[in-house]
Design a protein around this ligand. Structure first.
Ligand code: ADP
Ligand code: ADP
Ligand code: MG
Length: 689
């Protein structure tokens, strides 16, 4: 076995590879960029070497530098993780040339599977079923149009070099084809430097089911069952599970054998994933077609580890060392059901706009590392509380993996684990994931790639807590904080008591007293009125409704700092975290925020001026949809930016006229940079009475 390996990646995958290496007594070398100087993966490894600036091209993609570091530190092999250099055949070749082992397939296999069109031609020869479509070399617009017409609409145009859900356009009718083709080619050349496309029949109600395969250098192949990754947004995976609901033993074997045939056709070695698109017919039957092969470890590999009890990174290391596969096909068994949720820094309610910021609170459910599936909850994370999610890398914060004896059990466990995931400091998809898990389609395993749009009404803009309970949490938290502060002050004074007249909150010792709290909930100002009577205790008036309020701080293990709140007939436990004026309220029902407005702190502030259009995060300007002088309506798309592996449309906040474009397509912009100047339309003057 290797004595020392270099991990050419960052974040959770680098930490995960380091954990297996440590267990196998293999020493590890981390590489890191400026932004990652204090990152978790740097500490997780035995040694670490700085390799350059924060942008991937200045560090994690500098393969000459990485090979140099491997040689200088005496590493014998390089694990590329996923993303970055993992599917770069030139890098795999350069490792071999430098006498280093690339922990992955041979360069020829990466190359063969790297282009979607070429790999499909290969698969056709190997007898692997393909989606009806065109994947030829001819790329003329007229030829492609004829091919699309012959396939029949709807069709999907894909960039042959594409990946990560980018470079795809669905086309419903012949008239729309030319324009979609042009836009797909434009995105393909910008993102992948190659504008070749292929066309596929757009499969209706499709499911994404993929097969984990493994090969060794002796020519043995096995498949480690399937993963269902149908729940997607922008063609990117959100939830992944294994086994796939509704999978029959027969179909599993057929798909497994097709995947092994695909791997064999390219002399594959190591861990790989063959992705299939599965068509669900009205009669309930399913057909599967090869989509692509990812020649690396996949983000969602932990669900396979959970149901097989295997460590896939250990297998990768053994195979890379020349050992035969540890087990044969007949020795694998599926144990229970596993689901993975990708926790991302993003705002689902704002079209999944990626978010950046620091993890002020990063509370995770009780979990184990991948080695032991204790309590059925595993968390793979590359960050710690206090760390920053920077704009340089993708938006994935962590992966939550649950395992249960049945799908129902795994689902319940996932909901509980998400409920216990408390992140404050940046926006995440945690609540959104809870809504997906709770949706009828997901609960009943009605899976297909349109699940999110179909269930939109129960996934977006959901508020499970509601104003009264959020208000009660604000008041309870404030009074509790004051009581604690008072307690501390009291303990500090020599007499052991403080002057009641020094209190600022207007309480009186006799007679009912009234106190008001200014707050903002869901962008609406709300005045909360609290009265304390002799007999009935606290009464909270919210939005014209008055209810009794009681609360106490809990001290039991696991819920330290939680408040037990009773409002009228409802009783709930809430964890409240202050983030400036914003209170983050986590309850079993869901999480919400409510702002506690300190009126004095805002005196003299004016409204931000309208008409400025700034970059929501650092990134690249892709295109402008308008030019100087254009009149625009509120909500109209003005510009497209690319950041954190996603495209974002910037829309007009008000009706107006475009005065000036301040950047050109292709320009790199900083967060907050003004992209264009918009002159808002004159507001109609107020009519004098
Ligand atoms: P998958 O099918 O496994 O989701 P993706 O194409 O979405 O494949 O990429 C896999 C993972 O690789 C991403 O989720 C991300 O963690 C990582 N990755 C890919 N490209 C980059 C990049 N440029 N910067 C940072 N991470 C990246
Ligand atoms: P990428 O390299 O970006 O991962 P894929 O070819 O794997 O691209 O496709 C990504 C996703 O797009 C699939 O998981 C599926 O949701 C959708 N998709 C791909 N091909 C088709 C098709 N022919 N019909 C319908 N949906 C498709
Ligand atoms: Mg794919």
């Amino acid at each position: 076995m290797f004595k020392k390996i270099l991990i050419a990646n960052r974040g959770e995958i680098a930490c995960r590879v380091a954990a297996t290496a440590a267990r196998m007594a293999i020493r590890t070398v981390a590489v890191y960029s400026d932004a990652d100087a204090g990152a978790k993966h740097v500490q997780a490894c035995d040694e670490a070497v700085f390799i350059g600036g924060s942008a991937p091209k200045d560090s994690y993609l500098r393969w000459e530098k990485i090979i140099e570091v491997a040689k200088a530190t005496g590493a014998e092999a390089i694990h590329p993780g996923y993303g970055f250099l993992s599917e770069n055949e030139a890098f795999a070749q350069a490792c071999a040339d430098a006498g280093l082992v690339f922990i992955g397939p041979p360069p020829s296999a990466i190359l063969a599977m790297g282009l979607k069109a070429e790999s499909k031609q290969l698969m056709e020869k190997a007898g692997v079923p393909l989606v009806p479509g065109y994947h030829g070399a001819g790329q003329g617009a007229a030829l492609l149009q004829r091919e699309a017409d012959a396939i029949g609409y709807p069709v999907l145009i894909k960039a042959s070099a594409g990946g990560g859900g980018k470079g795809m356009r669905a086309v419903d009718k012949s008239e729309d084809f030319a324009e979609a083709l042009a836009s797909c080619k434009r995105e393909a050349i910008n993102s992948f430097g190659d504008d070749a496309v292929l066309i596929e029949k757009y499969v209706q109600r499709p499911r994404h089911i993929e097969i984990q395969v493994f090969g060794d250098t002796q020519g043995n192949y096995v498949y480690l069952f399937e993963r269902d990754c149908s729940v997607q947004r922008r063609h990117q995976k959100v939830l992944e599970e294994a086994p796939a609901p509704g999978m029959t033993a027969d179909m599993r074997e057929q798909m497994g054998q097709a995947a092994v045939a695909a791997a064999r056709a390219v002399n594959y070695v190591g861990a790989g994933t063959v992705e299939f698109i599965v068509e669900q017919k009205p009669d309930g039957s399913m057909s599967f077609f090869f989509m692509e092969m990812n020649t690396r470890l996949q983000v969602e590999h932990p669900v396979t580890e959970a149901i097989t009890g295997l460590d896939l990174v250990e297998w990768q290391l053994r195979v890379a060392c020349g050992e035969p596969l540890p087990l044969q096909q007949s020795e694998f068994k599926i144990n229970g059901h596993a689901i993975e949720a990708r926790i991302c820094a993003e705002t689902p309610d704002n079209n999944f706009l990626p978010a950046t910021g620091s993890l002020q609170v990063y509370g995770l459910p009780a979990h184990s590392s991948f080695e032991r599936a204790a309590h059925g909850v595993r968390v793979d994370s590359g960050v710690r509380q206090g760390d920053t999610i920077s704009p340089f890398y993708d938006s994935m914060v962590a992966k939550l993996i649950v395992h249960g004896s049945t799908r129902e059990e795994a689902l319940a466990r996932l909901d509980a684990a998400l409920m216990q995931t408390h992140i404050v400091g940046l926006s995440t998809n945690v609540q959104f994931l809870r809504h997906v898990v709770g949706s009828a389609s997901f609960a009943q395993a009605q899976l297909d790639t349109a699940l999110i749009p179909r269930e939109a009404s129960v996934l977006f803009h959901q508020d499970k807590v509601g104003l009264p309970l959020a208000a009660a949490a604000l008041v309870a938290h404030t009074l509790d904080q004051e009581a604690q502060a008072e307690h501390t002050a009291q303990a500090a004074t020599a007499q052991g008591w403080i002057d009641p007249w020094a209190r600022r909150d207007g309480w009186r010792s006799h007679g009912p007293s009234l106190r008001s709290f200014s707050s903002v909930y869901q962008e609406q100002p709300q005045v909360l009125l609290l009265t304390r009577g002799h007999a009935q205790g606290l009464q909270l008036m919210v939005d014209g409704q008055s209810e009794t309020l009681q609360f106490q701080r809990l001290h039991k293990a696991g819920s330290e700092g939680a408040l037990d709140i009773t409002l009228g007939a409802r009783r709930i436990q809430a964890q409240v975290h202050d983030h400036g004026e914003v209170l983050h309220v986590f309850t079993p029902l869901g999480a919400t925020t409510i702002t506690r407005v300190d009126a004095l702190a805002h005196a003299g502030e004016t409204q931000a001026e309208g008409g400025r259009l700034t970059a929501p995060m650092p990134g690249k300007v892709v295109s402008f949809a308008v030019k100087a002088g254009d009149g625009v309506k509120k909500g109209q798309p003005l510009a497209v930016m690319d950041a954190m592996k996603m495209e974002h449309t910037i829309a007009a906040p008000v009706d107006g006229t475009v005065a000036e474009l301040l950047y050109a397509p292709g320009d790199q912009v900083a967060e907050g940079a003004e992209l264009l100047r918009l002159v808002p339309l004159e507001q109609p003057a107020a009519v004098a009475a």
